[in-house]
Design a protein. Structure first.
Length: 337
């Protein structure tokens, strides 16, 4: 879908002198986007084209709305509060023609920060951008909620839930026509307990074998917390690999003391399970032994084992550290990008 979508609108980009179409595609295809992604972009484009086909807008308005669609969320960092400004700046950087129209697009992008349009055309776009809130069914709102939850998975759930409920209550007041479905969503979020896994380990460093297990766990759980246990006696405070986008967009924490105590601290409003990764039978023997101790301390503990794929069985954090001691950078091939 991605390639044909951008190729289809090559003439639109050409009107504005935009040549870096691959950069636009790269932004929209970022893996940390679950709602603000190409599906959302495609919806906006389809709705704009419907308006044009029904003579609801003219050709000039179509161009402005379409370019706004491509650039309004082009920069999207969930925890940032300047996405609209940076999206507008990227538009400014790429546009080399049709400056007056590009300025209109810029202003409409900035309007999406508050969804308080300053022009009639901006009102059309803001309404399309907020369609899920304005008119989404309860089922559609549930799906939307899960996608937003995934985009904010780096935030501890108790804080996410507090902030999310506050925003949803504002939406229910602001969009009264859909207040009933929004109120149902609020009640759902208040009562829902997502299935969250705690993937615990020393992760010194976090490598591709760990990533393989994490990805498998994320097919089972709504969210997985990566919990790095710190043992002061082992000096496992190495930061190698912690700049990876794999960790940036997920909840990554360190803890000291007992894993059972850490897991208990995360159980509020969630269904929590500990995840342990395995490479081979030796790992299994060790982990089962550790499980018996954890069961003594926390009888109601829930724990699952997930094995890595065969091509990662030989990778270990200690081997990577040894390679790094021999030659700096030698072990980085085994780390996530």
């Amino acid at each position: 879908m991605a390639e044909s979508l951008y190729q289809k609108y090559a003439s639109l980009f050409a009107l504005f002198g935009i040549k870096q179409v691959d950069v636009i595609a790269e932004h929209w295809q970022s893996p940390h986007r679950f709602y603000h992604n190409e599906t959302h972009l495609q919806f906006l484009i389809d709705e704009i084209e419907k308006l044009y086909a029904l003579d609801g807008i003219n050709d000039h308005a179509r161009h402005i709305l379409l370019l706004t669609a491509f650039f309004h969320d082009i920069v999207y960092e969930p925890l940032a509060n300047d996405n609209e400004e940076k999206s507008a700046q990227l538009l400014d950087k790429m546009v080399t023609a049709r400056y007056p129209d590009a300025q209109i697009v810029r202003e409409m992008i900035l309007d999406t920060k508050t969804h308080e349009p300053k022009s009639q055309l901006s009102e059309v776009f803001c309404s399309l951008d907020m369609h899920i809130v304005e008119s989404g069914s309860f089922a559609e709102l549930q799906k939307w909620e899960f996608q937003i939850f995934k985009e904010y998975q780096m935030v501890d759930y108790k804080f996410y839930k507090q902030g999310r409920l506050k925003l949803l209550r504002k939406f229910a007041q602001r969009y009264p026509k859909n207040a009933h479905n929004l109120q149902n969503l609020i009640e759902y979020v208040e009562q829902h307990k997502p299935k969250i896994g705690i993937y615990a380990g020393s992760f010194n460093p976090f490598h591709n074998g760990h990533l393989n297990i994490l990805q498998k766990a994320e097919r089972v759980f709504d969210k997985v917390i990566i919990a790095k246990g710190i043992n002061p006696e082992k000096h496992n405070n190495d930061k190698m690999g912690e700049d990876s986008s794999v960790l940036k967009y997920r909840q990554y924490e360190t803890f000291t003391g007992l894993l059972t105590d850490y897991a208990s601290s995360k159980e509020t409003d969630t269904d929590m399970t500990i995840i342990r990764g395995l490479r081979n039978g030796d790992d299994l023997d060790y982990e089962v032994n550790q499980l018996r101790f954890m069961e003594d301390m926390k009888p109601d503990i829930k724990l699952i084992f997930i094995n890595c794929d065969q091509q990662f069985e030989h990778i270990s954090s200690s081997s990577i550290r040894n390679l790094e001691r021999i030659r700096e950078g030698l072990g980085r091939k085994y780390l996530p990008k």
